[in-house]
Design a protein around this ligand. Structure first.
Ligand SMILES: Nc1ncnc2c1ncn2[C@@H]1O[C@H](COP(=O)(O)OP(=O)(O)OP(=O)(O)O)[C@@H](O)[C@H]1O
Ligand SMILES: [Mg+2]
Length: 260
């Protein structure tokens, strides 16, 4: 079975898409792992970086609404071993379409993604899911499929509160959706700067969550952002940059923590 990793933080701009993309690309290009990256955010940031403007015929929207099988949505990327299930803006309609629990589409609405991905995920070592910052039926679908939740934290005064909210959400999914395999796999400090606030947040998080905070931290580094416009992970765009070294160290840490 692949490792099933969902990047989640309801705070926007915390580094979900950047971290999902860099982890996926590094695992594929440097460690030969077979990766499926699922873009479950209607902002489609991951899709835009990896598809580089190519038109998309079938997206996660079609799959979620039962209009296309998952096999038709999977596209190869410039990275050997890295496949993508793309998103576009229409994905926000999925939440509306699934909202009516009495309609045929609404039946089993929280399990649609899990049922679909489990048909094909044996072909992969990792399935990595990028999510949007809202609490939606789509994100519940992601949590029902995932086993590990990775939480990127951009340190600020409200970060710890955000992590506590996520812990509550995960506890509810474990209990009410009977999904006991779900857990916080780790918290990743991103966009780190040498400020007193960042230092304080890091200390508090490590005190509160112990070894559930990844040892590696990701610095704020302009090369990380520039790499997006080239359609690349930072390790391929600027291999000597601090951002590239950090995402490589993080990738090794993820591999060391699991069995895929
Ligand atoms: N380490 C970094 N150094 C510099 N810029 C970064 C870094 N990580 C992320 N960014 C930039 O910060 C912004 C937010 O990052 P990202 O899009 O990954 O967050 P997100 O959690 O996916 O946001 P959303 O909630 O909107 O989906 C982006 O412009 C990204 O390029
Ligand atoms: Mg994002």
């Amino acid at each position: 079975m692949p490792r099933r990793i969902a990047w989640l933080n309801e705070k926007g701009g915390s580094g979900k898409s950047t971290s999902a993309l860099n982890l996926a690309a590094n695992l594929a290009s440097r460690f030969g792992k077979k990766i499926l990256l699922v873009d479950a955010d209607h902002q489609a940031n991951t899709t835009i970086v990896l598809s580089r403007g190519r038109p998309l015929e079938v997206t996660l929207t079609h799959v979620m609404l039962g209009k296309a099988p998952i096999e038709q949505a999977i596209v190869p990327t410039r990275y050997h071993n890295l496949d993508l299930v793309p998103a576009d803006a229409s994905l926000s309609d999925v939440n509306v379409a699934l909202a009516d629990s009495g309609s045929p589409l609404g039946l089993g609405r929280e399990w649609r993604l899990k049922r679909t991905l489990e048909k094909i995920d044996e072909a992969y070592d990792f399935v990595i899911l990028d999510t949007g910052p809202q609490r939606t039926v789509l994100n519940l679908n992601v949590l029902n499929y995932a086993h590990e939740v990775f939480v990127p934290v951009d340190p600020g005064y409200w970060s710890i509160l955000g992590v506590r909210h996520l812990e509550d959400l995960i506890a509810q999914v474990r209990q009410h959706m009977d999904h006991k395999a779900l857990r916080i796999g780790g918290v990743l400090l991103t966009k780190m700067q040498y400020t007193n606030v960042a230092d304080e947040v890091e200390k508090q998080l490590r005190h509160y969550l112990g070894n559930r905070v990844f040892h590696t931290t990701i610095p704020l580094n302009v090369k990380v952002e520039e790499a997006h416009s080239r359609g690349l992970a930072v390790l391929d765009y600027a291999p000597d940059s601090a951002g590239a070294k950090a995402y490589l160290a993080f990738t090794k840490e993820v591999l060391a923590n699991g069995q895929a």
